[in-house]
Design a protein around this ligand. Structure first.
Ligand code: NAD
Length: 393
């Protein structure tokens, strides 16, 4: 079984899907790795480190696709809407593809992937179970984004985060408010606390309160209750526009009193709810900073522009996307561990096992034999359920 690692092609993307450190475990399991020359350089993993682990390096992207039974990527076509399409012509029938495919992003894209005949797996669909925890790339990248969001905010803010008592007087601590205490939000709370900011957070899931407290954050309670805030998979459920309106009214005061607001409230496959309006921004002190981690999905702030920094009323609203790529060394290390755990799960006795009784495989498999086979993806796009259960090897 040969696993191919092409160089990431999304503009500015620095991560790599496999790092040298995970190669020995794959080799032990009979999996060979072929890497496109220079694929790890941007993340701090030069070719020589891969060569030292005994892998093969090929000069051209097409050579990787030609040689591999399984292609592993970070941003595959789907999440790479800029340059990913070129890979469709390189994929061949029954070749496996693993990466961020953004399966709930656009039906047309998923259909195009299906049409290649590739057996594609989307890491976004990894179930949130104890068994799958080591393969949960979404959580790994969320952790990095939460961390980096705080550093970007600290760097942009014209104030310091920690309280300091000096001969030149006392500096009051920065006030950081995190909206959406999922994996990214929780890491943002931890990072802001480490930098000395007074940190508070809000989430519509009641279970988040304890997690925020355990990190030393103050939990902001709002006198409204979300209906079925969480689905069976642990993901947030979309709420009514009335609910969001009530949230905005209640959040206004906390936002106005904050120096930094990090928003990380996302709903899988849907546009992010707008929780910070233009009026709320206008009430913040000039110099304040909003980092919108939901920007790729439209943003939690009304003024966010994906990929850009907007300054309105003296407030910087940072809508950069793909923040995990700004910490490429550790993002790649974490992603590579997730992907190698997934590969070791998928490949048994030198063969790809497509046992649909297995929840991890059933949940992540998106396309096979020219068809979209994932029940959740089919349901999302309102495609009729597949009549026959597909299985076998
Ligand atoms: P997420 O990225 O899906 O969403 C971010 C957060 O935003 C969620 O906490 C959600 O409740 C919140 N949110 C959405 N809409 C909101 C609104 N209108 N107002 C306020 N908050 C809103 O979240 P996540 O990173 O997937 O984490 C969700 C939970 O799942 C966390 O408790 C996390 O620890 C848990 N989790 C468990 C596993 C596992 O068991 N293996 C893996 C990952 C995450």
């Amino acid at each position: 079984m040969i696993v191919g690692v092409p160089r990431e092609s999304f503009p500015g993307e620095l991560r790599v899907a496999l790092t040298p450190a995970v190669v020995p475990n794959l080799t032990k399991a009979g999996i060979e790795v072929v890497l496109e020359a220079g694929a790890g350089v941007g993340a701090g993993y030069p070719d020589a480190e891969y060569l030292a682990k005994g892998i093969k390096i090929v000069p051209q992207r097409a050579d990787v696709f030609r040689a591999a039974d399984i292609i592993v990527q970070v941003l595959s076509y789907g999440s790479n809407d800029k340059s990913g399409k070129g890979d469709l012509a390189l994929l061949h029938r029954d070749q496996a593809l693993i990466g961020f495919l953004r399966p709930l992003g656009s039906l047309e894209t998923v259909q195009e992937i299906a049409a290649t005949g590739a057996i594609s797996f989307s890491v976004e669909l990894m179930p949130r179970t104890t068994r799958a925890q080591s393969m949960d790339a979404l959580s790994s990248m969320g952790t990095i984004c939460g961390y980096k969001a705080v550093l970007i905010a600290a760097d942009t803010l014209p104030r310091m985060f920690p309280m300091l008592t000096t001969a030149a007087g006392t500096i009051t601590p920065g006030r950081v408010f995190v909206i959406g205490a999922g994996v990214a939000g929780l890491q943002a709370i931890a990072t802001a606390r480490r930098l000395g900011a007074v940190t508070s957070a809000y989430d519509m899931r009641p279970a988040a309160k304890e997690q925020v407290h355990s990190l030393g954050g103050r939990f902001v309670e709002l006198p409204i209750e979300a209906i079925d805030a969480q689905d069976a998979g642990g993901y947030a459920r979309a709420q009514s526009e009335d609910f969001y309106r009530a949230q905005r009214e209640l959040l206004g005061r906390v936002v106005a009193e904050s120096d930094v607001v990090i928003t990380a409230a996302v709903i899988p496959g849907q546009k992010s709810p707008v929780l910070v309006t233009r009026e709320m921004v206008a009430r913040m002190a000039p110099g304040s900073v909003i980092v919108d981690l939901a920007s790729e999905r439209g943003g939690n702030c009304e003024l966010t522009r994906p990929g850009e920094v907007v300054i309105e009323h003296g407030v910087s609203i940072i809508g950069w996307i793909n923040l995990a790529s700004r910490v490429p060394y550790h993002a790649s290390q974490m992603y590579a561990r997730n992907i190698s755990a997934f590969l070791l799960h998928l490949v048994k006795d030198g063969k790809l096992q497509l046992n649909l009784e297995d929840e991890i495989i059933r949940s992540t498999l998106v396309t096979k034999q020219g068809e979209i086979v994932n029940p959740r993806v089919r349901e999302f796009y309102k495609l009729p359920a597949l009549a026959e259960k597909q299985g076998g090897n």
